[in-house]
Design a protein around this ligand. Structure first.
Ligand code: SF4
Ligand code: ZN
Length: 305
């Protein structure tokens, strides 16, 4: 048996980047410490606040809800509400929503489910059947993000917390470097509440993906493992494999990528990202028509052909 470096209990994980074996309790403390450190940077939790937690039902978002509940359930000034977006993906989304509902119920957290169908009159299955060359993800992602923001605003949330982990973030940064997309890179920085935009926070951004899996299992969190049938992130998968290879040879590389990225963000002059309300629906946009309205125009035009 390999024991924990901080006590004599059995280790449940070895962190190559820190050189530590940790038991279930010390591992939990380590994850919670990283999450607290990230949360401090957002400066939201010093005053009464309401946090909308985006819960899809996978291991990251369900663990996020559990972690925030553990950290804040004793505080009367912090209120959590779980929000799920149902994009309309038969055979997949109902299962993940079940996991999200089960956990919210177990924790006694309010759970709000909004559907693309009821809000926009479209579903991802319908968009996928349109046979667009770029695949349904670009539509589905934009509409989900827009609806999540609107739902959080209607719930008077001070922030939307999402379950992006260290691996997700490092992959996104690398992808934007590889594509030379500096604008998108800057759009990843935390935003203030501007013109209807609810700030997004990513409390798990310093926790590696593998550790989120171990956290979910050691805490017996109900989560769904099946993948969306439309998943087609060819380049992201290549970047993921590449980063995992480099991380195995040079532990800590994913953390280095994020440290470098944060230094670059510091160089950005303030106010260079404008947000104005969409002239049609009032949601935030960069130029007067939001991304959701643009996409819906496209989809409706195709449907009427
Ligand atoms: Fe939507 Fe694509 Fe994610 Fe599936 S993989 S839920 S289609 S964005
Ligand atoms: Zn709009």
């Amino acid at each position: 048996m390999i024991s924990c470096d901080q006590c004599s209990r059995r280790a449940v994980i070895f962190q190559k980047y820190s050189g530590k074996h940790l038991c279930a309790q010390h591992f939990e403390e380590d994850v919670h410490r990283k999450v607290r450190e990230v949360l401090r940077t957002y400066r939201i939790f010093g005053k009464p606040c309401r946090i909308a937690v985006a819960v899809s039902g996978g291991k990251d978002s369900t663990s996020l809800l559990m972690i925030l509940h553990k950290l804040f359930s004793y505080r009367e000034d912090v209120e959590l509400v779980a929000v799920s977006i149902d994009e309309g993906i038969a055979g997949y989304r109902p299962k993940t929503l079940q996991a999200a509902t089960a956990l919210a119920k177990k924790l006694g957290v309010e759970h709000v489910v909004e559907t693309l169908d009821e809000n926009f009159g479209v579903t991802t299955d319908l968009m996928a059947s349109g046979g667009h060359p770029q695949g349904p993800c670009s539509f589905c992602g934009v509409l989900r993000k827009g609806l999540l923001n609107r739902t959080a605003r209607e719930l008077s949330a001070d922030a939307v917390a999402t379950g992006h982990n260290l691996d997700d973030e490092a992959q996104t940064v690398m992808l934007n470097y590889l594509k030379g997309d500096v604008d998108r890179l800057y759009r990843l920085r935390p935003k203030r509440a501007l013109n209807g935009m609810v700030p997004r926070i990513k409390p798990l951004r310093r926790v590696p993906e593998k550790e989120m899996g171990v956290y979910a299992i050691t805490h017996e969190i109900p989560f769904e493992t099946s993948a969306c049938p439309y998943i087609s992130r060819a380049m992201r998968q290549e970047v993921k494999d590449l980063l995992n290879d480099i991380e195995a040879k040079h532990p800590g590389t994913k953390y280095s990528i994020m440290r470098g990225f944060e230094k670059i963000l510091d160089l950005q002059p303030p106010g260079s990202y404008e947000v104005v309300p969409c002239s049609r629906c009032g949601e935030p946009s960069s130029d007067g028509i939001c991304a959701s309205c643009r996409l819906l125009d496209l989809i409706r035009a195709e449907q009427s052909l």
